[in-house]
Structure formats: C-alpha cells, structure tokens
Design a protein around this ligand. Structure first.
Ligand code: SAM
Length: 251
C-alpha cells in the first residue's frame, strides 16, 4: 500500500515529466527551420521564376535543378545570392554559370538515363551535379587544379560519387572513356575542338559557346548525324574563355 507521501512524490514526478515533454515540444516547434529547408524554398522559387516562366520546359532538367543545392557550390559569402539568376565568383577568376544558361544547355543536350556525358570546365562542380541527376556516367575535366580538387570534394560531400573529375586540359577530351553520347563545354572558344567532335558518338550532341572570347558568343549545338557534324545556333551568351590548347598554349 502507498501512503499519502508516496502518492505526492509520484504525482510530482509525473508533473515534472509532463512539463519536460511540453517544453521539448515547444522548443521543437519554435526552433528556426534548418538552412536546407530555406534553401529548398529559394531553389523552387528560382525554378519557377527564372526557368519555367521562360522557355525551359524539359521536365528532367527542371527536376534536376530543383534538387541540386547550388549554394553548396559557391563560397559561403555568396550563399544569399545562390538562387538568383546570375553567375557568381568561385575563385581563381572563374564563375559558376547563371542557372538559366545551365538549364538551357541541359535542355538542348537532352541527357538520358545511362548516357555517357563529358563536361569540359568543371568549375564549381554544379553543372556536373545537375548532369549526375540525369545519368550515372558523368566525366568532367577542369584545367585549374584547385578547382578540380574543390569540385571533387563538393560533389563527394553531396553523395555524387559517380562523377569522375580530372585535372587537365579538356581540349583533347578524355580518350580513355570516349566515345560520349553528349559533350558539354562550359567555357568559350573561337572554334569547336576537333578531338571533342571525334569523341562524340554517332547520333550524339555537343553544346558549347563559340565566338569572340572577349565579347559574347553563340551558344552552339552540334549533332553527329550519319558521320556528319551539323551545327545550329541557339542564343547569344557570355562565358569565360577555354584556356590551354584552345588559346594556342600546348604543354
Ligand atoms: N560548369 C561550371 C560550374 O558548374 O561551375 C562553370 C564553368 S566556368 C564558367 C568555366 C570553367 O572552365 C572554369 O572553371 C575554367 O577553369 C574551366 N576551363 C577553362 N579552360 C579549360 C580547359 N581547356 N579544360 C578544362 N577546363 C577549362
């Protein structure tokens, strides 16, 4: 039999546990939402405002851009601007491309599951991550060693372990893994590197900015049809130059 004091003691304990529970619930409900929720909302807004309302209609592209956390590919001081439609500095005089241009290139490339894709100009690794949402065979080459290392670790930290990043000049492509279904060059040159055309599969597509590297260029789409390389121009863009062999520097 419990005496009166025992009842009171148990009652107090029950009350204390109840209070702790209520306090925990309150703390849970009033804690500010974690960063990733906030960035998720900003990312969806970016997709609707800057892509859907323009001419980006390709669903896999829109889905991939709604998933990849662009802020994780820029220095933390630019996180606030990561979901506005503009290029941003990533160090070493280079930039991460404007989201609309990334989406436009993806839409014209039309990457399908299982296809092998080569990117020349890894930069931050963002476009490689977007590509990796569409296929598990992404090969990317970056000419600045520090950026190759940084992008490799950004991609790995987000679980994109299938993207292979190589430090080197992408002008000559990546013979070891050629031929590719799709090739994307994210830096500008006054011509399309011949080795890249050679490493494109029959029926494959290549996209890159071609023109005056000091001004604007034409976003150019090339398709290999029955051995012939046919090109068409999409729009005017402005990219950083493809350096190395494209500028006549041969190691
Ligand atoms: N796709 C990148 C991203 O998502 O951040 C943006 C690329 S940035 C506009 C162009 C990149 O191409 C730079 O990082 C630059 O160092 C690289 N690049 C320039 N010439 C290159 C070359 N010959 N081979 C490989 N990368 C090159």
């Amino acid at each position: 039999m419990l005496d009166l004091w025992e009842y009171l003691r148990l009652g107090r304990m029950f009350f204390a546990v109840l209070l702790l529970g209520v306090a925990g619930m309150l703390a849970f409900c009033t804690t500010p939402k974690p960063d990733h929720d906030l960035f998720h909302e900003l990312r969806i807004q970016m997709v609707e405002r800057d892509l859907v309302t323009r001419d980006i209609t390709d669903v896999p592209t829109l889905r991939a851009m709604a998933v990849v956390p662009r802020h994780r590919f820029v220095p933390q001081q630019y996180w606030d601007a990561a979901y506005s439609d503009q290029p941003l500095p990533i160090g070493y005089g280079q930039t991460i491309s404007q989201p609309y241009v990334v989406a436009l290139m993806m839409q014209h490339l039309g990457v399908e599951h299982g296809e092998k894709v080569l990117e020349v100009g890894t930069g931050s690794g963002y476009q490689a991550a977007v590509l990796a949402e569409l296929t598990d065979q992404v090969y990317s080459i970056e000419i600045i060693e520090e950026l190759a290392n940084l992008s490799r670790s950004s991609l790995a930290s987000l679980g994109h372990t299938t993207v292979l990043v190589k430090y080197g000049d992408g002008y000559k492509g990546w013979d070891e893994f050629a031929p590719f279904d799709k090739i994307i060059v994210t830096a500008a040159a006054d011509h399309i590197p011949v080795p890249l055309i050679e490493q494109l599969k029959e029926g494959g597509r290549l996209i890159m900015p071609v023109g005056d590297t000091n001004r604007s260029q034409n976003l150019t789409l090339g398709e290999k049809i029955r051995g012939e390389f046919r090109i068409s121009q999409i729009s005017s863009v402005r990219f950083v130059p493809l350096t190395g062999e494209a500028e006549g520097q041969v190691k």
